[in-house]
Design a protein around this ligand. Structure first.
Ligand code: SAH
Ligand code: SF4
Ligand code: F3S
Length: 510
């Protein structure tokens, strides 16, 4: 998208000019959820022309950046891209916010409490800015895509210098430049998604596990969810670009790749003339010499038979599927617009289990959605038992301004919601413990990530089914795949004894 199209696509309010300067380049493009809801027919363009403008080559000299990330893996990965851009500009990373010359808050809008945490933190930065007026404070990520948030920042948080959204992180160099030059808050949020830029730099957080975007955006419009507004329409990367990236990561020694998308099962549907879906993509990726490939997140509606067939070939495709169900009640699923029923979800689970008998299934659940009766909540509990999920992320429904559910009356009292959440969590704990118990005395393969959070002498890593394992071993095994005998199952983790490094993994080329 060029500058002109971008301006045409967004609401532009020129920033008040400051004397004696040509501020024609400075503007505010503020978000509009209504605009963000629109889905255009134009095909996405792919670019590989990102490069740092010479004018900005010295920008980061003697400057440090700090990014605080909230929300999902998508945001974590965007942070890696922004870190890559900062480093190309010559900035140095710091973990110490008081040392930073630029602070970015990469925010999440999924629930109100996520937003409140960010506002709380921004409040703290007021004092920091008073001590050090030269520090540049930026807000980006999903919250920036909401007009209510941007208005609140404009009104109350004048310590913020820069606000930009999820669609223009590649403009970070220009935006930083504008923020340095402008006395007014620079706001550049596109309500319409941009094209895909393939050659953005990335500074990955680890050397063992890596995230790879396979698509951006979401077109599912579940009635409670803000993501289709904050992330735009579904846009798939080209298979060749994904395959190249995964090959490069494998060659660089990464051991586990997580393919990312809000609804990865819709992969490829938007590629013109393409017959490649997630199944076909996974079938190519599984031939790459790399121990583990995961993906997140799956939508039950588009989970097709071919994907199941491919996953059943295993090899580097792990036997763990995160399959958010949200509710066990057909009435709730209907008003959530999930577009499947309890029965069709159970039928899908059955099909997956027939093909992959040892699969570990995990899920996401929402309690206290508008009008949820006690009986409907009980249906969520009964579905949980029927599937026997090994783990779940559970949430109290949080109304998101601009979504259809926010217009429904939120008529379940908070104390009722809390009791439902507690009951559900007790069940989740019970099933998790039972799933863990099965590993006692078993030998499992663990990808060692580092020291355990609680004890420096203990190492920690995850199994193919994403179970946390703690064990003692020499530090040299960090970053390696090892075999561990499980000696004790706890409720949410396993303890074991180190056996050996796993050598020569079999890669399935069939
Ligand atoms: N794309 C993913 C979900 C991303 S959001 C999917 O469809 O599976 C992660 C989880 O947050 C969702 O699965 C849902 O359980 C929860 N969630 C989303 N919006 C919410 C809201 N308004 N209130 C409470 N939980 C919500
Ligand atoms: Fe949100 Fe639904 Fe899209 Fe998931 S599939 S991101 S819950 S709208
Ligand atoms: Fe949050 Fe945006 Fe992810 S709303 S969950 S950071 S896509």
């Amino acid at each position: 998208m060029n500058e002109e199209q971008r301006l045409a696509n967004n609401q532009i309010i020129p920033v008040k000019p400051i004397e004696n300067k040509d501020y024609s380049r400075f503007f505010q493009a503020t978000p509009s959820l209504k605009e963000a809801k629109k889905r255009g027919k134009e095909t996405i363009q792919y670019h590989a022309d990102f490069k740092i403008d010479e004018r900005f080559a010295q920008m980061g000299n003697n400057r440090k950046f700090y990014i605080r990330t909230y929300g999902c893996q998508m945001n974590e990965h965007d942070t890696e891209v922004m870190a890559g851009i900062f480093e190309q500009l010559g900035y140095e990373a710091t973990d110490d916010v008081s040392q930073a010359n630029v602070i970015l808050m990469n925010t999440c809008a999924i629930r109100e409490n996520a937003e409140n945490r960010v506002f709380g933190e921004l409040g703290h930065f007021k004092a920091l800015k008073r001590h050090n007026p030269d520090v540049l404070i930026g807000v980006c990520g999903c919250m920036s895509q909401e007009e209510a948030v941007v208005n609140k920042i404009l009104k109350t948080y004048n310590q913020v210098d820069l606000v930009f959204g999820t669609h223009n992180i590649h403009r970070l160099p220009e935006l930083l430049h504008e923020a340095y030059m402008s006395k007014a808050m620079v706001i550049d949020v596109w309500s319409k998604e941009g094209d895909i830029i393939e050659n953005l730099p990335k500074t990955r957080k680890g050397q063992t596990k890596a995230w790879v975007n396979i698509m951006y955006g979401c077109d599912k419009f579940c009635t409670y969810c803000i993501v289709p507004y904050t992330r735009g329409k579904e846009r798939s990367r080209l298979p060749k670009d994904i395959i190249t990236e995964v090959r490069e990561l494998a060659a660089a020694g990464y051991k586990e790749i997580t393919l990312l998308g809000q609804n990865v099962n819709a992969y490829g549907k938007d590629l013109p003339g393409s017959t490649i879906g997630l199944g076909e993509l996974m079938n190519e990726l599984r031939k790459i010499d790399l121990p583990r490939i995961r993906f997140t997140t799956s939508h039950p509606r588009d989970f097709d038979d071919y994907l199941i067939e491919v996953l059943a070939k295993k090899g580097n495709l792990v036997e763990h599927i995160h399959l958010p169900v949200q509710s066990g009640s057909n009435g709730m699923l209907k008003i959530m617009a999930r577009k499947y029923t309890r029965e069709s979800y159970l039928a899908l689970v059955k099909k997956i289990r027939q093909a992959i008998p040892d699969v570990a299934l995990t899920t996401d659940l929402i309690v206290g959605f508008p009008n949820e009766t006690e009986a409907q909540f009980e249906e969520t509990l009964s579905l949980y038992r029927e599937v026997g999920f090994e783990m779940a992320f559970t949430y109290i429904y949080s109304p998101r301004e601009g979504t259809p559910a926010a217009a429904m009356q939120d008529n379940i009292p908070m104390d009722v919601k809390k009791i439902r959440l507690q009951k559900l969590n007790a069940l989740v704990g019970e099933y998790c413990e039972a799933a863990m118990k099965q590993f006692e005395n078993q030998i499992v393969e663990v990808l060692v990530e580092g020291e355990s959070k609680r004890n420096k002498n203990v190492l920690a890593g995850y199994t193919r089914k994403n179970k946390l394992v703690n064990f003692e071993a020499p530090r040299e095994v960090i970053g390696q795949l090892v075999s561990v005998r499980i000696t004790e199952a706890k409720q949410y983790s396993l303890t074991g004894e180190f056996l050996e490094i796993v050598a020569g993994l079999e890669v399935n080329n069939q």
